[in-house]
Write a protein that binds this ligand. Structure first.
Ligand SMILES: [Ca+2]
Ligand SMILES: [Ca+2]
Ligand SMILES: [Ca+2]
Length: 294
């Protein structure tokens, strides 16, 4: 491996550390656009599944369609954290990032508010209470510092929510609905940048740390070019699944009914860092980072 490859790997590992804790949604379950929607749809859903726009600043918000999706008046979106549900931990449990920003003197916030609801099963929803005049309790009212850690609500900005406030312990789905005429915000419609979970049922653990017994999950060679061999222990002849996630935390491959080993033929998959997870009964038993080079 040459010097350039080592450099690429070092840079990728730096970028990826916090991301593999799975803080961002796995996918969009549903979206419904309202009037004045359109912005960002050509980059949907990627523009709402990753971290908030790193160039967003409290006075200069993101206006990049690769990062922002406009819901439109009364539009809504449901984001899924199915595999790694968000749980009620200490303090805030997730943060919603919109492109609110400060303007004028004295500074005011250009608000485009969204009503936030959560659900464990996708059927029963619990809405966070809000004040339609002060906008307290809504998303889209606090500017974002995209250079800060999106998992630190004290620094990241955005609007953070605490599940204990509504007596909910675990959620798999977060719905954001443009508040429309229900509230006195300033702009026409909510623009979603990102949602970040802060407390998870399974994976607050960095992926490089094996979780309990790690089933001797082995990946080789690593880095690899085309074929990655994956093997693991299975003394009780259980059936396992292997999941591969990209740097955005998106599932790119899921393989079922495995006994001891598997091979990933990477095909046209882009170079980068990927996370290999060993699962049983939807629980992550062990995980490894691998580097695909081209
Ligand atoms: Ca975004
Ligand atoms: Ca909490
Ligand atoms: Ca906005």
């Amino acid at each position: 491996m040459n010097c350039r490859s080592y450099t690429i790997i070092a840079v990728l590992f730096c970028c990826v550390q916090s991301i593999f804790a799975r803080p961002f949604p796995e996918r969009v379950l549903e979206v419904s656009y309202g009037s004045s929607a359109g912005f960002g749809q050509e980059y949907f859903p990627e523009n709402v599944l990753g971290a908030p726009d790193s160039s967003a600043a409290p006075q200069f918000p993101s206006a990049n369609p690769e990062e922002i999706l406009t819901l439109g008046t009364d539009g809504w979106i449901i984001l899924s954290f199915e595999d790694d549900p968000i749980i009620d931990g200490d303090g805030f449990d997730f943060t919603v990032f919109e492109n609110a920003f400060y303007f004028g003197e004295p500074p005011r916030v250009y608000t485009e508010a969204g009503i936030v609801s959560v659900s464990e099963d996708g059927n029963q929803w619990v809405e966070f209470p809000y004040n339609p005049d002060t906008l307290a309790g809504l998303a889209g009212i606090t500017p974002v510092d995209g250079a800060a850690d999106p998992l630190n609500p004290d620094e990241s900005g955005g609007d953070s929510f605490d599940l204990s406030e509504i007596g909910v312990e675990l959620v798999r789905y977060i719905r954001i609905t443009d508040a429309g005429d229900l509230v006195t915000d300033l702009g026409p419609s909510f623009d979603l940048d990102a949602v970040a979970g802060l407390h998870f049922q399974v994976s607050d653990v960095p992926s490089t740390t094996p979780i309990a017994s790690d089933f001797n999950l082995e990946v080789y060679p690593n880095p690899f070019n085309s074929t990655l061999h994956v093997s693991f222990e299975n003394e009780l002849s259980r059936q396992f699944r292997l999941r591969i996630l990209n740097m955005m935390g998106q599932e790119i491959i899921l393989s079922d009914r495995l006994a001891h080993s598997w091979e990933w033929q990477s095909g046209n998959t882009a170079a980068g860092i990927y996370l290999i997870q060993l699962l049983a009964n939807n629980k992550v038993l062990s995980s490894r980072q691998v580097v695909l080079l081209r």
